[in-house]
Design a protein around this ligand. Structure first.
Ligand code: ATP
Ligand code: MG
Length: 322
């Protein structure tokens, strides 16, 4: 049973992405699971093309460096032709109302100057991502559950209207993982798309920079090392990060340290060690473009092959193609 997960190159991958998603994909994933860099999804808002290309490559390198098998990864735009065709078929299976009422579309389009049509149709492209690969399960957070529900409706509707082609996918809720908060502003989560990088530890940051960012993390003036997320969110975030790195409960960790400085030093060291092998392997891959190209090409080939039969059946049933 294939599970499909994606990560969008909307910025550099960070510690939250690693502890909350990538590390788990690498260690708890199953051999048939698939992971892709969703660069087409990054185009739904204003973006820089040269930067998108660099970030996509970097993210592919990070996924492989984190230990995901190269034969389980691909870059979405390498399937642009297949996905374009399937997306169109699914757009013609989807009603305007269904797409327009997606909560994320309503939220993200609010207050934007030019709302790209792709921002509204991207859940349909996401349905194409899922249905092309025949994924049965899609692990998602709350914000994406509605999109998987749409993919489910479109698969069912297509199957009923034209003929059985698609596996009907289900959203699965991943077990709760660390929710890493921004070090400078613990009120918000660490994000790829945050403009100010002082509170974000990127996977490829060099160890000195990681140390500095963590040592400058925002805490409070209570000077009590306790695990109280509501009263001491900055300190709690550090304890949760240290917990995710050491597999020890935050509450137990709080008892081991006498000062904020000691918590910061231990967290910085632990984070540097957790990221070290990923960073080193990713930098090696990025310095070896031929190897990264080979991984990318093979991934694209396999992903296209996997979907080829489904796409041609869907086209035939929809009355298009030769
Ligand atoms: P963006 O700002 O573009 O939304 P992001 O950093 O939120 O980027 P996503 O691409 O939305 O990253 O999410 C990729 C994966 O990383 C998801 O599985 C998500 O749950 C996980 N993730 C993202 N941010 C964090 C975080 N701060 N802590 C833990 N997990 C996170
Ligand atoms: Mg996000």
């Amino acid at each position: 049973m294939t599970r499909l997960s994606a990560i969008t190159p909307s910025g550099h991958a960070h510690l939250g992405n690693h502890l909350g998603a990538i590390r788990r994909w690498a260690t708890q994933g199953r051999p048939g699971d698939l992971y892709f860099v969703s660069d087409l999804h990054a185009m739904t808002v204003s973006y820089n093309p040269a930067r998108l290309r660099v970030l996509s490559r970097e993210l592919l390198a990070v996924l492989v460096a984190a230990g995901i098998e190269p034969d389980q990864v691909f870059v979405q735009s390498d399937l642009a032709r297949e996905l374009g065709a399937l997306s169109w078929i699914l757009e013609c299976t989807c009603s305007y109302g269904e797409a327009a009422r997606m909560t994320q579309f309503k939220q993200k389009s609010e207050g934007q100057g030019m709302v790209r049509l792709g921002l509204m149709t991207y859940p349909v492209l996401m349905a194409a991502d899922i249905l092309l690969q025949g994924a049965a399960e899609v692990p998602v957070g709350d914000d994406q559950a509605q999109h998987v529900e749409l993919a489910r409706s479109l698969a069912r509707r297509f199957n009923q209207t034209y003929g059985e082609v698609f596996t009907v996918p289900s959203a699965v809720m991943p077990p709760t993982a660390a929710r890493v908060r921004d070090l400078a502003d613990p009120a918000r989560k660490m994000s790829k798309s945050t403009q100010d990088s002082a509170g974000t530890v990127f996977i490829l940051d060099d160890p000195d920079l990681v140390q500095r960012k963590i040592k400058r993390a925002n805490t409070d003036s209570l000077n009590r090392v306790e695990y109280r997320p509501d009263e001491q969110p900055g300190l709690a975030n550090l304890l949760e990060i240290l917990s995710a790195c050491t597999d020890t409960r935050p509450k137990d960790l709080a008892e081991q340290y006498a000062s904020y400085g000691a918590v910061k030093a231990a967290t910085a060291d632990a984070v540097v060690e957790v990221l070290r092998p990923v960073r080193e392997r990713a930098l090696e891959l990025l310095a070896d473009p031929a190897e990264l190209d080979r991984i990318r090409k093979e991934g694209a080939h396999r992903a296209a092959e996997r979907g080829a039969h489904r796409l041609s059946s869907a086209m035939r049933l929809a009355g298009i193609g030769s």
